[in-house]
Design a protein around this ligand. Structure first.
Ligand code: DCP
Ligand code: MG
Ligand code: MN
Length: 352
């Protein structure tokens, strides 16, 4: 994802890891959590090795490698992995991967369509039952699967900042996501909306509504997308906005002849200033980095989410929460790292 700094180029096992990563992607796409976990652990082990692992025997001696040991030897000897090549050739899998590139379509939906006999995007357009998001995803399939060059993200954000300033000059917009991690291109634009002195999302929702209205009236925003009902996102209601936008020709940062009105995905996250550190941490990601730092918090008896770092979270035996716990930190991103006892990582170091 991202296709930018992989941080892996100087690892002696980089070539092996690349192939194993493809196996991981396949199993993740297929929803095979057991095999996904096995590959994730094996990759994590290989990443920490300072010498090249060449034989199954060497591999087996390392932690968390197990049955992947033989595959490592095959990759090193033949520069390929037969099982991976067979799997990549599987037409059913290829169709599933294609369907999953439609915005709003996951593994389950893709498999369901395949089982109904659909094989192409045309089939879906003509015959499948589609919800509003999926219709937009299909109609703008090419646009929404085109990565956004960094300078276009900057231009889009600058345009929005201009409109925001006219509504409330004290509101601050921060581009997060892969852009904040320094990516040369992004899948979408992730914008945090915050303002000095705010301590609840509610204070900022009217501003967001005005901003969305203004940007929609000038056709900068082209459509709003229904949210996936992710419970964590709906805490105060209306704290997130998902949709699409188009850069106006006048704001295009390149040679005029090259301008194309491409639909881009955009996400707004409204955050009170009192929670800006936790929100920045969450919205900068990447998602895997978030998962591992949240797991670490849990292992230390704390809980980290987009609203803060908490202690004394009481849980039932089935690990459901009894209490929210006590807020330890939410305002300062660096302090959250410090309380967790992990070294501060600049956004560009947060690739996994
Ligand atoms: N995020 C997360 N878990 C998810 C989805 C998102 O923690 N399942 C967080 C981390 C992401 C951030 O939200 O970095 C923004 O989500 P995006 O899906 O926009 O991902 P990125 O901006 O990281 O990458 P891309 O360039 O593909 O947009
Ligand atoms: Mg993004
Ligand atoms: Mn996003």
């Amino acid at each position: 994802k991202g296709g930018v700094k992989d941080g892996e180029s100087n690892n002696p096992n980089a070539d092996t890891i690349k192939v194993l990563q493809q196996m991981l992607n396949l199993h993740t796409q297929a929803g095979d959590n057991f095999r996904s976990k096995a590959y994730r652990m094996a990759i994590a082990t290989l990443r920490t090795e300072t010498k090249k692992i060449r034989t199954a025997e060497e591999a087996r001696a390392l932690p968390h490698i197990g049955r992947i040991a033989e595959k490592i030897e095959e990759i090193v000897n033949t520069n390929r992995l037969r099982q991976l090549e067979y799997a990549l050739d599987d037409p059913r899998r290829q169709i599933q991967a294609l369907f999953m590139k439609i915005y709003g379509v996951g593994q389950m939906q893709a498999q369901k369509w395949i089982s109904q006999g659909f094989q192409t995007l045309e089939d879906l357009k003509n015959k499948a039952e589609l919800n509003a998001n999926q219709k937009i995803g299909l109609e703008h399939f090419d646009d929404l699967n085109t990565r956004i060059p960094r300078r276009e993200v900057t231009a889009l954000a600058d345009h929005i900042k201009g409109r925001a300033k006219a509504i409330d000059h004290r509101v601050e917009l921060i581009v997060s996501g892969s852009y904040r991690r320094g990516a040369e291109s992004s899948g979408d634009i992730d914008l945090i909306v915050t303002k000095q002195g705010t301590s609840s999302t509610r204070e900022l929702v009217p501003f967001l509504n005005k901003l969305v209205k203004t940007l929609t009236e000038e056709s900068f925003l082209t459509v709003a997308l229904a949210s996936h009902h992710d419970k964590a996102d709906e805490v105060d209601g209306g704290s997130k906005w998902h949709g699409c936008c188009v850069l106006p020709e006048g704001a295009f940062p390149g040679p005029k002849g090259e301008y194309k009105p491409i639909w881009r995905r955009i996400d707004f996250l409204v955050v009170p200033q009192s929670e800006i550190g936790a929100a920045l941490l969450y919205f900068t990601g990447n998602d895997i980095f978030n998962r591992s730092i949240r797991l670490l918090a849990r292992q230390k008896g704390m809980r980290l989410n987009q609203r803060g770092l908490f202690s004394d979270v009481l849980r039932n035996r089935d690990s459901t929460k009894i209490t929210e716990g006590t807020l330890l930190e939410a305002r300062d991103e660096k302090k959250i790292f410090a309380i967790l006892g992990v070294r501060w990582r600049e956004p560009h170091e947060r690739w996994c």
